[in-house]
Design a protein around this ligand. Structure first.
Ligand SMILES: Cc1cc2nc3c(=O)[nH]c(=O)nc-3n(C[C@H](O)[C@H](O)[C@H](O)COP(=O)(O)OP(=O)(O)OC[C@H]3O[C@@H](n4cnc5c(N)ncnc54)[C@H](O)[C@@H]3O)c2cc1C
Length: 354
């Protein structure tokens, strides 16, 4: 992609904020796309972020907030300010009769944080082991895997309001968590930057091991009543086997959300596709397996240029080397069209498309 012409800001202007002109985003997105931002840099303190917000020379620029870039598709250079949130720190904040409250700064690596809570003897996040990315991005799409969603362990978070400079505290209700969704994908998207997240981990912990893959891994290992660490190990091993490592094969995990349809639409679908994979929800609606539908449309392993559908996991789109974000998006659109035609269901993309 093209380089940006030097910004009107001089190097001396940029240095105090550790920003660089024509900033490469290649190491800041797990697809490995070679996009650039007009300005960018890592944010290593809350004070630095507050100073940036107050800086009139850049206050009006479009902003792209990144953690580890494991849920973004960069289809072009970004004509604005890219902020890579690298705030660090984690601590046990308090304990009540029934829970520990732990907190981590937004730039902490999610998997390392989960590991650390277990080292402290605090269980509860183990089902979410090995999800790439940062603690600060985890609430944005209410990360979930293997029978657990972040929202179930969430206590509150702190965020900087980039409009008025206030630091705000949000509880779960204010975050409006949904399936791979929160207020940070909607009203708060261009306004709040998450600084730290606190979790409530239960003292009376019970293993959550009924998810089929986890249950069979534990059974195969001869484990009847797993500890939290054993579930962590099981989830880590399963994920390593099933999902491509972005360090080896660029990807952003699941590319599409599993669509949820009402009971009537589901009945009509099942009449046409008797073996359709589905999960009935508490409210009677039915969640469909997007990966199964994509596979059924014949897309597993197929490619457009170097953008491909993973051979083992049809929900994951990969960069086989040298693909662009536009090619991945073209592949995604072709898949959506086929799924829509065959099943009458529209797939929503999970990553942020820039
Ligand atoms: C191999 C693989 C497996 C995956 N498996 C799962 C899975 O099982 N479950 C799951 O839910 N996800 C999964 N993902 C997606 C991804 O890991 C998560 O969405 C993760 O939380 C993204 O973290 P990040 O730091 O990389 O965020 P980024 O990709 O950098 O950003 C994601 C979004 O969050 C915003 N954002 C980032 N930081 C902040 C902040 N501090 N304040 C406000 N907004 C912010 C960004 O603007 C963007 O909209 C997977 C991805 C990969 C590559």
């Amino acid at each position: 992609m093209m380089a940006f012409a030097m910004s009107r800001l001089t190097d001396a202007d940029l240095a105090p904020n550790a920003l660089q002109a024509d900033y490469s985003l290649r190491d800041h997105n797990t697809f490995g796309f070679d996009a650039r931002a007009r300005l960018g840099g890592a944010i290593r303190s809350e004070a630095a972020l507050a100073a940036l917000r107050a800086d009139q020379r850049i206050a009006g620029m479009p902003r792209l907030v990144l953690g580890a870039g494991s849920n973004v598709v960069l289809t072009r250079d970004f004509d604005g300010l890219a902020l890579v949130i690298d705030l660090r720190g984690r601590r046990v904040v308090a304990q009540t009769d029934d829970a520990y409250i732990v907190e981590a700064a937004a730039g902490e690596r999610w998997h390392d944080f989960v590991d650390w809570t277990l080292q402290q003897g605090m269980a509860g996040l183990e089902n979410l082991a090995l999800i790439p990315g940062t603690v600060g991005a985890a609430p944005v799409q209410n990360i979930g895997a293997y029978g657990l969603e972040l929202a179930e362990r969430f206590e509150r978070l702190r965020a900087l309001d980039m409009v008025d400079g206030r630091i705000v505290d949000l509880d779960a209700q204010a975050c409006a968590f949904g399936y791979r969704d929160s207020v940070f994908k909607h009203a708060a998207r261009d306004r709040l930057i998450i600084l730290s997240v606190a979790f409530r981990l239960p003292k009376r912990w019970r293993a959550r091991a009924s998810y089929a893959d986890v249950a069979s891994w534990l059974a195969a290992s001869g484990i009847g009543e797993p500890t939290a660490r054993q579930i962590f190990d099981a989830v880590t091993a399963i994920r390593r086997e099933k999902l491509p490592d972005p360090a080896v094969l660029g990807n952003a995990g699941s590319f599409f959300k599993n669509p949820i349809v009402d009971a009537e639409q589901f009945a009509a679908l099942r009449a046409k596709e008797p073996d359709i994979v589905c999960y009935t929800q508490r409210d009677g609606r039915v969640k469909l397996a997007a990966g199964w539908m994509i596979d059924r449309c014949g897309w597993k392993g197929r490619s457009i240029g170097a953008a491909a559908v993973h051979e083992r996991q049809a929900l994951v789109l990969v960069n086989r080397g040298g693909a662009t974000g536009e090619q991945v998006l073209a592949l995604a659109q072709a898949i959506r069209a086929d799924v829509s035609q065959r099943f009458g269901v529209e797939l929503d993309m999970e990553p942020l498309v820039v």
